[in-house]
Design a protein around this ligand. Structure first.
Ligand code: GP9
Ligand code: MN
Length: 629
């Protein structure tokens, strides 16, 4: 029946406002969302609104009875989704994702303790729904209803869209490239809201499922041929030289190669590394090949010898794929495998991806003693992180394969006074200026770490591999870099600045500078060969950096490539000797290879093709695995 009177309270408005406020209260009381300034607080406050307006607004097209039913049912479902996240968060300190819902071991953990996780007061999460239901039952006339005109609806949806755009605009300024890079779930929820986050998650999921469903493994034949043709046999002298040794792999945050053996204000930037390379293999033509996934992309390259994707972070988009990563291979060879990083475990989706890579244990934030004194910028300072990590190393079964991810030398390169061992550079560019002291701090942290490894008797039994994860100084800082380096930053120089240090220390081996051109993609076969593990049958796009048959070649994720004598970037072929553009013909023989590399690797990831090769990996929570188990 039509209610002719002006509505007392519009059902659409009341349902929207109740759920909006409830969501915000839940954000503040049930999740630990870090808020750094009032803009972030405002984003958090408004972020559920546009979604709820659109969701409930759909009922404006309905008749009274249908509208009531629709609003009640939707309100209940949305409340249930929110509540499911609250319960999940209590246990895992993380937000739900679709792959997680299907991870049986996670869910069974949760299932057994669900009664402990839920209490009577949780009914409060449904308080608004209960109130709505009571009114509807006993005083339905309190809630008005009217037929909405076209103009009403248009105005309503326009407002909703405007709020959504305002929200996105603010989020974009607070966290640029939020959606293409998808940092971590907390950041997504904080910026676009829990409901939009679920939509986004569902979108990612369906996209990759469709691509996966269309693949049948027949594509592998060509790829297999290509990879076989590019396989390089190991140098007999190096194969197995570190058999049975521990591996300590260190990802050096934002560390570019140009800092090695260089000074700022007359002082060495990396005094420790400059010494350490004298007793290690030091690769000075080694490139990072990362894309938007930054650190996680470098991890992906190093562990899989596959390229990351051209957009997004493969750690997020394809964490459910089958991989044959170094940790998995080493598990089968009697190694204990662990990653150590003092950050949220879900950052870059590591907690999930590490399961697919085969890690047995992930030491993340809760495994470290982190407080205000020992933190700066992104979190635990490198010195504290590495020192505390040695205790974890001592507890691990031997031999172990351990990956450390440092953090202090991260943009915006913040440092306390007492940790500044050198003065900043003195250009107009604060980022470039501050980069040097944080690199110097990282160098100090590495020195103390190596010292501690010696003190604890771990040094002689371990291969130590250090690599830079990606650039720290982007092209936005070319002016200050020109000033510092004393040369114009042309596209050629920019490409050369993508070099990151690679240092491999093998006990008992003398130091040597290796000039072969290579990249992060080459680390997997290199490491495995040093440990005496054959890689002939693996699908690796990289090849052993010690092989005598090396062909100097590295492809960057943007399609640029580097050979022995040329650099190809932005459609121009440069002569390395002069740094000047040269005839394109000189680069032409490599075009096909560079294209194939990236395309074949992408095909593997999009089609999840390695599942046609290997067996299935079971999902496991890695945060509380006892290393002795
Ligand atoms: C965060 C750290 C930094 O855990 O890996 O990530 P980045 O921004 O360098 O990719
Ligand atoms: Mn990084």
């Amino acid at each position: 029946m039509k209610n002719k009177k002006w509505p007392k309270v519009s059902l659409v408005a009341i349902a929207t406002i109740l759920l909006w406020l409830k969501t915000y209260i839940a954000y503040k009381t049930s999740f630990e969302i870090k808020i750094e300034n009032w803009r972030q607080e405002l984003i958090l406050f408004i972020n559920p609104l546009s979604f709820l307006m659109i969701l409930f607004g759909l009922s404006m097209f309905m008749k009274e009875k249908a509208q009531r039913r629709y609003i009640m049912v939707t309100s209940f479902i949305v409340s249930a989704v929110l509540f499911a996240n609250v319960v999940f968060y209590r246990f895992f300190n993380d937000f739900l994702t679709i792959p997680v819902l299907f991870q049986t071991s996670n869910m069974s953990d949760l299932g057994s303790s669900v009664t402990e996780l839920i209490n009577f007061s949780d009914l409060l999460y449904f308080a608004d729904f209960i109130v709505l239901a009571i009114i509807m039952k006993f005083k339905p006339t309190l809630l008005g209803w009217r037929e909405y005109s076209k103009v009403d609806r248009r105005a309503f949806f326009l407002v909703a869209v405007a709020i959504a755009l305002f929200n996105m605009g603010m989020a974009e300024t607070e966290r640029p490239q939020l959606l293409t890079r998808t940092f971590d779930r907390e950041m997504l929820v904080k910026n676009i809201g829990t409901y939009n986050y679920h939509l986004y998650d569902a979108f990612l999921q369906s996209k990759s499922s469709a691509q996966r469903a269309m693949a049948d493994g027949s594509e592998l034949a060509d790829i297999d041929n290509y990879v076989r043709a590019n396989y390089l046999p190991p140098d007999d002298k190096m194969f197995g030289i570190a058999k049975g040794k521990n591996v300590i792999l260190i990802s050096m945050e934002s560390t570019q190669d140009f800092v090695i053996n260089r000074t700022v204000n007359g002082e060495e930037i990396t005094p420790f590394l400059n010494d350490f390379i004298k007793e290690s293999y030091y690769f000075n033509n080694f490139y990072h090949q990362t894309g938007q996934g930054k650190t996680s992309d470098s991890e992906f390259l190093v562990e899989n010898s596959l390229y990351p994707l051209s957009r997004g972070a493969v750690f997020f988009t394809h964490s459910g794929n089958e991989y044959t990563a170094t940790p998995e291979i080493l598990n089968d060879n009697g190694y204990f495998t662990a990653s150590l990083h003092a950050n949220n475990k879900s950052f870059w989706n590591r907690d999930i991806m590490y399961q697919s890579l085969g890690y047995q244990r992930f030491y993340s934030l809760p495994d470290y003693d982190v407080n205000e004194e020992n933190s700066i910028g992104w979190g635990l300072k490198d010195i504290d992180f590495l020192q505390q990590s040695v205790e974890h190393l001592k507890a691990m079964p031997k031999p172990f394969y351990s990956k450390f991810i440092t953090l202090t030398n991260h943009f915006p390169f913040e440092l306390n006074e007492e940790d500044s061992f050198i003065q900043p550079y003195t250009s107009n560019d604060k980022t470039v200026n501050n980069y040097f002291p944080t690199v110097r701090y990282e160098d100090e942290a590495l020195k103390l770490f190596v010292q501690k490894l010696k003190d604890e008797g771990l040094y002689e039994d371990s291969v130590i591999i250090l690599y830079g994860d990606h650039y720290g100084i982007s092209e936005n800082h070319n002016k200050a870099m020109r000033e510092y380096l004393g040369k114009e930053i042309t596209p050629f120089e920019s490409t050369q600045l993508q070099k990151v240090p690679l240092i491999i220390h093998i006990p008992g081996q003398e130091g040597k500078t290796m000039t072969t051109v290579g990249g992060q993609i080459d680390l997997k076969p290199t490491i495995l060969h040093l440990l005496g593990i054959d890689t002939k049958k693996d699908i690796d796009f990289g090849s052993d950096l010690f092989s005598k048959e090396r062909r100097d070649f590295a492809v960057l994720r943007d399609g640029s490539f580097i050979t022995k004598d040329q650099v190809f970037t932005r459609d121009t072929c440069y002569d390395k000797a002069t740094g000047e553009p040269t005839d394109k013909e000189a680069c032409e023989p490599y075009f096909e290879s560079a294209k194939n590399e990236l395309e074949y690797s992408d095909q593997i990831i999009y089609g999840d093709l390695l599942r046609f090769y290997g067996e299935q990996n079971e999902g496991k929570d890695l945060s509380d695995q006892d290393p002795k188990e």
